[in-house]
Design a binder for this molecule. Structure first.
Ligand code: CA
Length: 233
């Protein structure tokens, strides 16, 4: 086999599976397929793919159960594929260690973007040291971690410590959706439910960061799931 990244597609609907497979094959990926959960678990173990695209609605076992089983022994990036309206399952999957999700029906560019982001994050977390140094730039936004400084077009943005924590967290996972629960636990600690505080803080952050806070471009809302800082504008 060559050096192209190997992706395991777990999907029981043949049409969708072939659609995804065709996109991936024409974009320099190798593909293996599983139509059932048990098959997916054993293929993940025997082939060690670089990424798994996991449909949550499988005939023999729940996609979330497949994810739980896989996560017992590997950090392989997993992008969950779900049907529209299944927000609870998506959130559950993300909180159980899925790297991202994509909702059916989806387009080619969205699929490829999710895959690239998830693979890059998994490589980063293996190679990068977690110290908070360096800078990140998105459009006119710059975050300088060593100076704890956030600027827009060179102008300093004054943030409260909580607002700064939220921005840094999102930027450390740039391109990736973070669930409400994950953000709250990281910012406020494990024993709180600060969903209202998170909403208020996010509104304040957007007021300071965005030209039009009602149509944010730096931090977007993933309805019923969480927030995502975009990678490029
Ligand atoms: Ca399905």
């Amino acid at each position: 086999m060559n050096n192209k990244p190997l992706i395991l597609i777990v999907e029981d609907e043949e049409g969708i599976c072939n659609f995804i497979s065709a996109i991936l094959l024409s974009n320099e990926y190798n593909v293996i397929k599983a139509a059932k959960g048990k098959e997916a678990v054993s293929m993940a173990a025997s082939y060690c793919p670089d990424l798994i695209l996991l449909d949550l609605g499988l005939p023999d076992m729940d996609g979330v159960e497949v994810l739980k089983t896989i996560r017992q022994w590997t950090r392989i990036p997993v992008v969950v594929v779900s049907a529209r309206g299944h927000e609870r399952e998506k959130v559950e999957a993300l909180d159980l260690g899925a790297d991202d999700y994509i909702t059916k029906p989806f387009g080619t560019s969205e699929l490829l973007a999710r895959i690239r982001t998830a693979m890059r994050h998994s490589q980063k977390s293996m190679t990068e040291n977690p110290s908070e140094t360096g800078k990140i730039n998105v459009g006119e936004l710059e975050i300088d971690y060593s100076k704890r400084l956030v600027t827009i077009a060179g102008n300093e943005i004054h943030l409260t410590p909580i607002e700064y924590k939220i921005i840094v967290l999102l930027s450390r996972h740039i391109g990736k959706v973070l669930t409400h629960d994950f953000i709250i636990k990281e910012v406020w600690g494990p024993y709180t439910n600060e969903i209202q505080a998170l909403r208020v803080n996010m509104a304040n952050i957007r007021r300071k960061l965005e030209v039009n806070p009602a149509e944010p471009k730096y931090i977007v809302t993933e309805v019923s799931v969480g927030y995502r800082m975009v990678e490029d504008l």
